[in-house]
Structure formats: C-alpha cells, structure tokens
Design a protein around this ligand. Structure first.
Ligand code: ADP
Ligand code: MG
Length: 314
C-alpha cells in the first residue's frame, strides 16, 4: 500500500513517467491511407490483385503486400464471396498455402480487401514460360508434390478448392510453390462429402471432372482431377498453344456456351484425355491419368500421389 502511494506521489510530481495506456494494436487490420498501390499483379473473374506497399511511416520502408479486392463492376453478392475467401484463408496454416496477413476495410466498412504475402515470381502461368530453361522436370515434380501437400491439408480441413490450376499456384522461389486463390473454395459437410453448385456460368470447365460438369457435384476427388490438369500444365510449361483449353477446343471444335460443356463431357466419356507432354515420362503420365479416372471413387488420392512422386524423386 505504502509503495502504491509512493508511486502515485511520484507520478503527480513527474507527469512524464505516467504509464501510457497501451493501445491494442491488431496487426491484421491495415489502414487504407497507408496502403500505396505499386502495380497490378493480375486479375480473375471477380477479383483483382495489386502489389502495394504498406507504409505507415511514409518513408517507403514499409513491407510489400499483395492486395485482393473485387473489381468495381461486381456488386454486393460478390463482396460476400471475398469475405468467405478471407474467412477460409485466415484459418489455413501450411507451407504450401499463401499466407494471410489481414484485411483493409474502406471507411464505412462496405468494401473489403484481402492482404496476403507478396510472392514476386507470380503464378506458375507467368513463371514457367519465362523460366523454362532453368526448370528441370525433377523440379516440376517437386512442385507437383508441394501442390499435393497443400491440397491434402486443405482436404483434411474438409475444404474443396474447385479452382486448382497453374494460374492459381504461386511461386515463392525456384524451389517452393504455394496454392493461392481460395475464391471458389467451399466447405463440405462430412455427411455429404460433396458440394453442389447452383449457378455455374463462370466455371473453369477444362479443369473440371465429369461429375462437376454433369451433376454440378464437387468431391475431394474432383480436386484431384483438376490437379491432374494442373500437372499437365506444369509439364507443358504453361505453353499457351498446348493449354488444356486449346487442346480440348481442338478436340471438340469451336463451340459456345453450354454446348462446350456438353461436347466436353462427350469426349471425356469416350475416354479421351489430354496427351502426354513431351517433357513428361511415362511413369509421371500414368499418375496424371490416374487423376483422370472417370468416377471419383476410382481416382488416385493426394496422399497416394505424394507417395508415388516421392518414390519417383528418390
Ligand atoms: P482471382 O480470384 O481474381 O482469380 P487470384 O487470387 O487468382 O484472383 O489472383 C490473380 C492473379 O494475381 C494470380 O494469377 C497471380 O498472377 C497474381 N497474384 C495473386 N496473388 C498473388 C500474390 N500473393 N503474390 C503475387 N502475385 C499474386
Ligand atoms: Mg485466380
């Protein structure tokens, strides 16, 4: 008691030593005024991603971050999808999944931005065509394992990604890749094991398994199919002329709208598949084909893929 009284007296005599009430600073809340846009990084259906510097001190020493927001032309329905993406990414902790940093809310709290770590090399789609020379097939295989590891973790959390493709895999450095873009990710209820889509206008059809195209049902195994297509992209070094879309369109002829899906389903049902890329060995192509078994039950799993790749890399 006496000590407390002494401190009080001391403080009265010296106002400067009075303890400042500590502000609760939430490091995941980014203030809009400190977020300086540097350039655009890319865009997809609904969102766009910008490189920004978060510079509260205003002296360009702040860190670089990737900022995802909705394109202005998209209305409020999509804003809830970005909120959902934030909610999911925030709970994911894995070395092959892009790191969540926080959010930035516009004054009034209407618009929202997602702040993630910035990966300077961009997505595989930008990286591979440019770095073909120094990327050996073994490296591609190691990217494949890492994608499977991220996907296996995602599945263990009962999420299906629904948009796995080279454009959504980011490159940290020449030896590490991370899954990004969880915009279409859905949580699956344990008892059902799949997710049903209602509106399916903007789907990446050439990455989709037959059950997704025919019944609009997504299983964990449907992500395995898309992974097979992503693997195909890896081994073609994301060459545009060999892209899944180019190859399938050549197979089905030029079509539009729902007709594309109908014809795509037909060729898949006939057993036609993407061809073996030149830089891909027979053993690796067999794993790709195992991702493209017609029924979800007969497809290989991410765990089995990891085991097989590890064996091939040993
Ligand atoms: P969308 O949902 O609109 O497809 P994405 O999250 O896939 O948005 O981002 C679009 C593009 O922006 C990616 O293909 C990639 O090129 C780039 N990008 C996204 N996130 C990052 C990041 N964290 N670091 C660097 N580039 C990124
Ligand atoms: Mg994307």
């Amino acid at each position: 008691r006496a000590i407390v009284r002494d401190i009080d007296t001391l403080e009265e005599q010296n106002p400067s030593i009075k303890p400042v009430p500590t502000l609760e600073v939430d490091p995941t809340l980014f203030e809009k005024r400190f977020l300086k846009k540097i350039r655009e990084l890319g865009e997809g259906h609904f969102g766009k991603v910008e490189l920004c510097r978060y510079d509260p001190r205003g002296d360009r020493t702040g860190e670089l971050v990737a900022v995802k927001s909705l394109k202005p032309e998209n209305g409020d329905e999509q804003s809830s999808s970005l909120w959902r993406e934030i909610g999911i990414l925030k709970e994911l902790y894995h070395e092959n999944i892009v790191k969540y940093k926080g959010i930035c809310q516009e004054e009034g709290g209407r618009a929202i931005k997602l702040i993630m770590e910035y990966l300077p090399a961009g997505s595989l789609k930008e990286y591979l065509p440019r770095n073909r020379g120094q990327t050996r097939p073994e490296t591609l295989l190691s990217y494949a394992v890492q994608i499977c590891q991220g996907m296996d973790y995602l599945g263990s959390r009962n999420y299906i990604h629904r948009d796995l493709a080279a454009r959504n895999v980011l490159v940290e450095n020449e030896s590490t890749v991370k899954i990004g873009d969880f915009g279409l990710t859905k949580s699956i209820k344990d008892n059902e094991g799949y997710y049903t889509v209602k509106d399916d206008l903007d789907s990446p059809v050439f990455w989709y398994a037959p059950e997704c195209l025919v019944h609009c049902k997504f299983y964990l195994a449907s992500d395995v199919w898309s992974f097979g297509v992503t693997m195909y992209e890896l081994f073609t070094y994301c060459e545009t002329a060999l892209s899944p879309m180019s190859v399938f369109l050549k197979l089905i002829g030029p079509t539009q709208g729902q007709m594309t899906v109908t014809r795509l389903v037909k060729v898949l049902e006939e057993g036609k598949r993407l061809p073996r890329p030149e830089s891909c060995t027979g053993a690796v192509y067999e794993l790709m084909r195992a991702c493209w078994e017609s029924t979800p039950e007969s497809r290989i799993t991410f765990k089995a893929l990891i085991a097989e790749f590890t064996r091939l890399l040993a």
